[in-house]
Design a protein around this ligand. Sequence first.
Ligand code: PMP
Length: 415
Amino acid sequence: MTDIAGQQKLRALDLDLRRRAAAVIPGGMYGHMSVTRLPPAYPQFYERSEGTTVWDVDGNEYVDFMCSFGPMILGYKHRRVEAAAAGQAAKGDTQPGPAPCMVELAELLVGRVAHADWAIFAKNGTDATTISLMIARAKTGRSKVLAAAGAYHGAAPWSTLRMDGVAPDERASLHYYEYNDAASVERAIEEAGAGEVAAIITSPFKHHAGFDEEEVDPAFARRLRALCDELGAALVMDEVRAGFRLNHGGSWEHLGVAPDLSAWSKAIANGYPLAAILGSGPYADAASRIFVTGSFWFQAVPMAAAVATLNALADEDAVAVMERAGSRLREGFEQVAREVGVPIRQTGPVQLPNLSFPGDTDFAKASAFSAAMLDRGVIVHPRHNWFLCAAHTDGDVDRFLEAAEDGLRAVLQCD
Ligand code: PMP
């Protein structure tokens, strides 16, 4: 194993790129807004990546437990996915229409996800959630949507977490409930008007950034389904973040609760840009009526990558692999925290774990922990859940646990 701690170089190239970016890119940074919430030492520019390892532009090496905020589910440069992508790229990517692999992908998804009778494709998670709601509105002829307060469903005006640049009208048809609180859903229905509700959008579990995660209460999931049935509204599942990490099909299949529509992106093509909207038969007509399109939506390379990703997820038993690595991390981390004497809270499914420190309202401890982990060559995030992928090895988890001892000692300095 390389001596990461001894290798840290001054991040001179990263700092130079930040300076140049600040001159030509508003705010100096782009991409994930969460970059702005990272400790300042965090590299913002990366040179390359392979497996579970990423290298920043200054040549520092890290084990990545953020998986690019989710897309990497099989590891960077997964051989099978890259071969499929390269094979398709040699033939064509953006063309006058889709390649045959689009139909193959739709067939694969319909076979894999229980509630799905059809699939349509786009690029980002935001596309997928937004289009799901359009389909729900087209089907029901209604406009109101219920969403969990604090949930993130994308960067469109209806769902972004900030109001800058958003006209209040663009939010006027949204009403909010508390995740896992059925009474609050009923209150939101009353507020919206029962005959006005087109959809209830939810997520596989509560994963609001900056908060402890909460597994779904199965009774809550069933109640959402029953309420949608009573209302004649669509139950929309936002699978963008958790999809294919908890289950090879839909995330609530083990609960016996089927959504009408589901939105997928992130992990679906192991890093290639693709999103999918899946739906049940009764929604197919509405899905065929809405007008949605994009110049790059028929790109063939991401679709070929997605076919290979879905096949590899099944063949590698990826969910079980992630669960095993995540459980090892959680149990080992609990033990390290006990030994160092720092109370920690680990919440959510082990494949998408969230760490918090009791009473750490300003995230000072979480930031100190993440900065110390970075120094030891491990990438985590102070305010956002982490992501396991099927390429994480016992060695990676051991690296995490060794680094975590120093990370938690840094937290002790905060008191
Ligand atoms: N829904 C959820 C639950 C997400 O986590 C995200 C992205 N973090 C989105 C939607 C939006 O996806 P995208 O950034 O690809 O538009």
